[in-house]
Design a protein around this ligand. Sequence first.
Ligand code: NDP
Length: 457
Amino acid sequence: MNKYIETVLADVRAKNADQKEFLQAVEEVLTTLAPVIEANKAYEENAILERLVQPERTIIFRVPWVDDKGKVRVNRGYRIQFNSAIGPYKGGLRFDPSVNLSVLKFLAFEQIFKNSLTTLPMGGGKGGSDFNPKQSPHTPGKRCSDGEVMRFCQSFMTALYHYIGADTDVPAGDMNVGGREIGYLFGQYKRLANEWTGVLTGKGLSFGGSLIRPEATGYGDIYFAENMLAKRGETIEGKRCVVSGSGNVASFAAEKLIALGAKVLTLSDRSGAIYAKDGISDNMLKDIMHLKTVERGEFADFAKKTKGVKFFKGANSWQLADKIDCAFPCARQNELNGEDAAYLLKHGCTLVGEGANMPSTPEAINAFLKAKIMFSPGKASNAGGVATSGLEMSQNSERISWTREQVDNRLRDIMKAIHDNAWEAAEKYGKKGNYVVGANIAGFTKVADAMVAQGIC
Ligand code: NDP
């Protein structure tokens, strides 16, 4: 390995020994950058890698709130403002008990390159809390009420609002942070700052949200897959697809797949996975979206009342079907391991399009690259969400709203541009067809050049 990269990696490991997800993300990127680091001495001379792996600012704060029984609860809130070389920090908020510094630093680090790939001026950030809206703190098996979620969001924003702004840092949603939460967060920001600006994206349509933003990450993942397939003279129509998750990204990825004539065989959630031998129908998917966004229920109950669907408790989506063309991991990090990868390859899979952030383990990625199948890393193929957030920011600044078609066409163009940039960068550095190397180099170069141009800061 390149000596400079090796030294920086050793230092990152020593300083962040307990942050396993962050280390995984940094290693995944840095180990692919040797050709571009060697071709441009200015990067080492300006200590670009040493600066790139260090967040510009990490904010940790307490979030006190009162539950429905009148008891005071305290959670931990975070915002990682990782890199602002090419634009204001931009990245989602995640509310989940698994949230910690390592997870958020990995997500914010990935976001730097993803945002750079979108071609829009956005830096990298991420935030969230260990708050669990899916488990009431006082009643086992029940979710937090809307009132509890609102009081939590108001307290979270009361602490966060000092550090964000339309030209500083623009958060959005992520796991367990959807339209409801963004609405409460936006309301509290507006009240504290006494201004109406596009400080958050993913807003409701009646207050500055963009059409297609909810769909964008899932749709974008499939548009990226279409671009990969086109390189091999294929289309998505008729492909047998396994999808994981059933939240925002998964459900819209499935919707687009069905619309394009592909078969969606599986979806999953925390309770397990569902398998539909003949494919999930349009109507079934509508019921699933209702289950997840309105009833906020689980597949365990859904499968009991739905014909044509089998439920596998505690299973993931990967090892249920016996003939698979494409896989779309859209739930969470490290959800597809080496064993799952071996199963997918053995059962015919020739395309993996990551919708989630870092869903494939390093073993799985190596297996896909070794087999030379089409594999797109999340930072490229799930960038449609943040790209459309960028479009929402533009619409807010101009005080206009684009039509559904306008936004969807921009999204398609952006996903094609990301695909082509990653393809060309891989080809330029002798790794034709390797989107991991291509996306990392294309995303890195723009940020690194901006950092060099801005001096030591
Ligand atoms: P959601 O909260 O809407 O959905 C997450 C899904 O993952 C749910 O189906 C959830 O199940 C499932 N899940 C979560 N934890 C586990 C677990 N431990 N075991 C099994 N299943 C689990 O999140 P999103 O769809 O927004 O995000 C999914 C992924 O995509 C994340 O990695 C996120 O960072 C990434 N992403 C999201 C973007 C967006 O625009 N939303 C943009 C780019 C990336 P259950 O329903 O039971 O909770």
